[in-house]
Ligand binder design. Structure first.
Ligand SMILES: [Zn+2]
Ligand SMILES: [Zn+2]
Length: 461
């Protein structure tokens, strides 16, 4: 029965074109949730040419790439820096798609990546590519039977996808025999073989049960992937639908509680400050029981609204690019080293670097910035308090010596630095209190007696 699903995938066998000396393999499963990913396609191309993937990239692909950093990564044989984003929606994916499409004479390879989402304008797929390969051993077995080859699905590369859509079993993330984990793309081109112990990866199946959310997530992510080809660019319906759902809950706080999405995030979606990330969008859809495709494309009928009452703990985490991570780490370190005065607050730094996720990704560095800014504010407050105290005391004393009652009003009138408003502080009260005590001045203006000898002095004049 499960075999039949693979039977339905439209795949034609290897064919040759006259444009290139490269086999023009057809990518598997385009337009379905079972579409192959680009690194898997690269592995199959390499196998078809009987060379390692790293050599295929270096000797066949690199001459069609433009970016020097990609070419140098391929020449150095390291594939774990930029190359791990080949399946994503990034510029790296774009370059590889362009180069390999040219090489094999195909024009649909972008569907083996998340690139189509990047032009949809209303769903973000940033940070959702796993850092390591995961696979379904049962799929490998069926693929081998049917196509005499194995390939990895784009769906398996997405953060949070833990279940095979077809077999409803857990995806594997390490060799069941020796425990080795695999990078997104390796020098070796094998998919169903552990490069460490040589054991076939389809030998081990994780039979642990999957949760409802895990199955839902894989299914809906699959549906969104297969809908990439027809993805519309009209975000109006989607925005209207979002507004409808949120207003159904009346308040952002209520909507946030019901969907496990923060109030700030919901608000930023609706005022279009932030494009919803696909992971959060699926949480939202799960909680509200709305089909994601409907939420994106069709006017919602809220009379049928039937949200889920109980939500699982959502724990999918977005992955920041390592390159970017290093860049931000460096920038933060520089800011700390600079030791500028006044030291900037964390929100100022976030604004400057245009990154709101610093605290989450660099808690220690951010703590330094926060602590330094706090200390600065504390010192500044102390200094200000000291000035204020002295000013009030001094002016108050001068007024008193002139025979004038040192009321707040009269002190403020004489002060160049402080306003009446700024006297509503404990420091200000303390200053006047001390002054009144030191000179034994009555608190009440009615009982105020000007200092006698000063008045005498005045009379003598
Ligand atoms: Zn499977
Ligand atoms: Zn192994």
């Amino acid at each position: 029965m499960q075999n039949e699903i693979y039977e339905t995938l439209e795949i034609t066998p290897t064919e040759l074109t006259d444009r290139s000396d490269c086999f023009a393999l057809n990518p598997m499963g385009v337009g379905t949730p079972f579409v192959e990913n680009l690194t898997s396609y690269i592995n199959r191309l390499a196998r078809a040419h009987n060379i390692r993937s790293s050599d295929f990239l270096r000797y066949k692909v690199s001459e069609f790439l433009k970016s020097a950093y990609l070419i140098s990564e391929l020449n150095n044989g390291g594939l774990n820096n930029k190359c791990r984003y080949i399946n994503s929606d990034s510029s790296v994916a774009k370059e590889f798609v362009g180069a390999i499409e040219y090489l094999v004479g195909k024009d649909n390879l972008l569907y083996l990546t998340l690139l189509p989402f990047s032009s949809s304008y209303y769903i973000s797929t940033k940070g959702i590519i796993k850092q390591q390969r995961e696979w379904c051993p049962l799929c490998y077995r069926e693929q081998e039977k049917k196509y005499e080859t194995t390939f990895d699905l784009l769906l398996w590369t997405i953060v949070g996808v833990k279940v095979c859509l077809l077999h409803k079993t857990k995806l594997m993330s390490n060799c069941g025999n020796c425990g080795t984990k695999f990078r997104v793309i390796m020098k070796d081109s094998t998919t169903n073989l552990c490069h460490n112990c040589g054991m076939k990866l389809d030998q081990y199946v994780d039979r642990n049960p999957c949760t409802e959310w895990e199955v839902y997530y894989a299914e809906k992510m699959g549906e969104l992937i297969s809908s990439m080809i027809g993805l519309s660019r009209n975000k109006e319906i989607f925005l209207e639908n979002l507004k409808k759902v949120v207003s159904h809950y009346k308040y952002y706080t209520a909507a946030a509680k019901a969907t496990s999405i923060s109030e700030t995030t919901l608000r930023s979606w609706i005022i279009q400050k932030q494009i919803p990330n696909i992971i959060y969008l699926l949480r939202f859809c799960f909680a509200t029981n709305i089909n994601p495709i409907n939420l994106l494309n069709n006017e919602l009928d809220m009379s049928k609204f039937n949200p889920r009452q109980q939500l699982p703990e959502f724990n999918e985490k977005l992955v920041m690019k390592r390159g970017e991570n290093e860049k931000y780490k460096e920038l933060l370190t520089t800011i700390i080293k600079e030791d500028a005065f006044p030291p900037p607050s964390l929100s100022e730094v976030e604004r400057r670097l245009n990154n709101r996720g610093l605290r989450r990704n660099f808690p220690d560095l951010c703590k330094k910035i926060v602590d330094r800014h706090k200390l600065y504010l504390k010192n500044k407050k102390n200094e200000n308090d000291r000035l204020k105290y002295n000013e009030i005391y001094k002016i108050g004393k001068e007024l008193y010596e002139l025979g004038i009652y040192p009321s707040w009003q009269s002190i403020a009138e004489k002060s160049e630095k402080f306003s009446l408003n700024s006297f509503k502080s404990s420091t200000a009260y303390k200053a006047r209190e001390d002054l009144f005590n030191d000179f034994n001045i009555s608190k009440s203006i009615n009982q105020y007696v000007p200092v006698p000898n000063l008045i005498n002095l005045k009379h003598e004049k």
